[in-house]
Design a protein around this ligand. Structure first.
Ligand SMILES: *[C@@H]1O[C@H](CO)[C@@H](O)[C@H](O)[C@H]1NC(C)=O
Ligand SMILES: *[C@@H]1O[C@H](CO)[C@@H](O)[C@H](O)[C@H]1NC(C)=O
Ligand SMILES: *[C@@H]1O[C@H](CO)[C@@H](O)[C@H](O)[C@H]1NC(C)=O
Ligand SMILES: *[C@@H]1O[C@H](CO)[C@@H](O)[C@H](O)[C@H]1NC(C)=O
Length: 398
C-alpha cells in the first residue's frame, strides 16, 4: 500500500515537471492553424500563430510541438520548433492530420517545460470533387537509370472524350510542369515519357494526374516517389557458357551498359535442367557475382541458363527486375538431346506390340497342343508318379 501511494506521488511529480500547472501557470494551444497547398502536390505548408494571452516574451519563449500523421510510414511524426511555419510532404490521397501544442519554458515557468494540455488540430480530407475515379496502378520505371517512364491504368469510369494531364514537381522546379511526352494507348493517354529530361534522384518527385471531360474536371490523383527506388536495369544480352576441363559448367555474363553501378546489382540465375526423360527441373540461384560454376554435370542432361538483375537492398529501397536475358544452353542444339526421346516411345510401342502378339500366339498354340495331347498324357503322368515314388523310396533306404 505504501509503495502504491509513493508511486502515485512520483507520477504526480513527473507530470508536474513535464506539463501541468503546479504553480498555476497554464498555456493555451496555438491559434489559426492553417494548411496551405503550394501547388506542389503533397508538399504542404503548415502555419499557426501564438495563443492569445499575456506571456512576457523576454521572460518566457514559446516553443511549438507539431505532430502530423505520416501516411507513407503509417505513423505519427513529431518535431519541436520556435518557428510558426513548417513544410512537410503528405499523401494527398489520404487524410492529412496535423496537431500543434504550445510549450513554454523560461524564468516565468521556473525553467520547467510547460505544455498546453490540449492541441489545435486540422484534418484535411482527400479531394472529393471531380468526375470518375482517380487513376489507378500508377507506376514509374527508371529504365537502366537513363529515362523515367510513368504509366497508369485506365480507370473504368473515365467519361468519353476526356483528356488526362500529368503534372510534376520536385524541389528544383519553381512551379509544377506538365509531362514532356505523353504515351498513348489507342486514343487515350496512358503514361508519360520523361525521355532524356532528367529528374533528380534522392528527392521526392510529386505527381498529379488530373484532366477534363465534357462532364467537368476529372477527379485528380496525387502520387509521390523517389526515382532511385524505381530502377529497372537493362537486359543482359549475352551469356557465356562453357564446360571446364574438369567437367564443370562455367557461366559468365556482363552488367548491362549504362549508369547503374555494377556493385549495386544482384542477380537471379534460372537453371533449367532437362533430363533424359524430357522432364525439366528448374531452380533459381541468387548471387551478387557475375559468374557461376556448377559441379560435374551428366552428359545426358541439357542445361539451360538465363539471368536477370535488380538493384540490391544496399543501393535502393526497392526496384524492378530487369527483363530476362536470352537463354543459353549446353548442348546448344535442342535436337541432339531431344530427338531420340521423341522417337524412342514409338520403338517401345512397336516392340511391345510384337512381344504381345508373340506371347498371345504362344499361349494359343500351347492351349491347342495341350488339348490334342490330353488323352495320350494320362499314362505318361502315371509313369512319372511311379518313378517319383520309387526314387523317394531309394532315398529313404540309403
Ligand atoms: C517582461 O519582463 C521583464 C523582466 O522581468 C520586464 O523588465 C518587462 O517590463 C516585462 N515586459 C512586459 C511587457 O511585461
Ligand atoms: C523554482 O525552483 C527552485 C529550485 O527547484 C525552488 O527552490 C523555487 O521555490 C521554485 N520557485 C517557484 C516559484 O516555484
Ligand atoms: C521513352 O523515351 C526513351 C528515350 O528517349 C525511348 O528510348 C523510349 O522508347 C520511349 N518510350 C516510349 C514508350 O515511347
Ligand atoms: C491540373 O493541374 C494543373 C496543375 O495544378 C492545373 O494547372 C490545371 O488547371 C489542372 N487541370 C484541371 C483540368 O483540373
Amino acid at each position: 500500500m505504501a509503495s502504491v501511494s509513493w508511486m502515485a506521488v512520483m507520477l504526480l511529480l513527473i507530470t508536474c515537471r513535464e506539463s501541468m500547472h503546479c504553480d498555476g501557470l497554464t498555456v493555451d494551444p496555438p491559434d489559426d492553424l492553417v494548411i496551405s497547398e503550394l501547388g506542389q502536390f503533397g508538399r504542404l505548408q503548415i502555419s499557426w500563430s501564438p495563443p492569445a494571452g499575456q506571456i512576457n516574451e523576454t521572460e518566457c519563449s514559446h516553443l511549438y510541438q507539431l505532430e502530423y500523421f505520416n501516411s507513407y510510414s503509417d505513423s505519427w511524426s513529431a518535431i519541436r520548433t520556435f518557428k510558426r511555419t513548417y513544410t512537410a510532404q503528405f499523401d494527398l490521397m489520404k487524410d492529412v492530420r496535423v496537431r500543434v501544442y504550445t510549450l513554454l519554458r523560461g524564468p516565468c515557468t521556473n525553467d520547467t517545460l510547460i505544455k498546453s494540455s490540449s492541441y489545435t488540430e486540422v484534418v484535411q480530407k482527400p479531394p472529393s470533387t471531380g468526375v470518375g475515379t482517380p487513376v489507378q496502378d500508377f507506376v514509374c520505371v527508371y529504365h537502366n537509370m537513363k529515362y523515367v517512364e510513368c504509366n497508369w491504368g485506365r480507370s473504368p469510369k473515365l467519361p468519353a472524350n476526356s483528356q488526362q494531364h500529368l503534372y510534376f514537381w520536385h524541389k528544383e522546379l519553381e512551379q509544377a510542369e506538365e509531362c514532356p511526352t505523353y504515351v498513348k494507348t489507342g486514343e487515350t493517354r496512358s503514361g508519360c515519357n520523361f525521355t532524356e529530361s532528367s529528374l533528380p534522384e534522392f528527392t521526392d518527385i510529386n505527381f498529379c494526374v488530373n484532366g477534363s471531360s465534357q462532364e467537368g474536371p476529372l477527379k485528380p490523383a496525387f502520387l509521390s516517389l523517389q526515382i532511385q527506388n524505381q530502377v529497372k536495369p537493362g537486359t543482359t544480352e549475352k551469356l557465356d557458357l562453357r564446360t571446364d576441363p574438369d567437367a564443370q559448367l562455367d557461366l559468365r555474363w556482363n552488367s548491362p551498359a549504362g549508369r547503374v553501378p555494377a556493385h549495386c546489382l544482384e542477380w537471379e540465375v534460372e537453371h533449367n535442367q532437362e533430363g533424359p526423360d524430357g522432364k525439366i527441373a528448374s531452380q533459381q540461384i541468387v548471387t551478387n557475382q557475375k559468374s557461376l560454376k556448377l559441379p560435374s554435370i551428366h552428359d545426358t542432361q541439357r542445361n539451360c541458363f538465363r539471368v536477370r538483375s535488380k538493384l540490391s537492398k544496399y543501393c535502393a529501397n526497392k526496384g524492378f527486375w530487369s527483363e530476362w536475358s536470352p537463354q543459353t544452353c549446353q548442348p546448344e542444339n535442342r535436337e541432339v538431346a531431344s530427338k531420340p526421346w521423341d522417337i524412342v516411345p514409338v520403338y517401345v510401342y512397336i516392340a511391345f506390340a510384337i512381344l504381345a502378339i508373340l506371347v498371345l500366339s504362344l499361349c494359343v498354340g500351347a492351349v491347342l497342343k495341350v488339348r490334342s495331347l490330353r488323352d495320350v498324357k494320362k499314362p505318361d503322368a502315371l509313369l512319372a508318379n511311379l518313378f517319383a515314388r520309387s526314387s523317394v523310396v531309394t532315398v529313404t533306404d540309403a
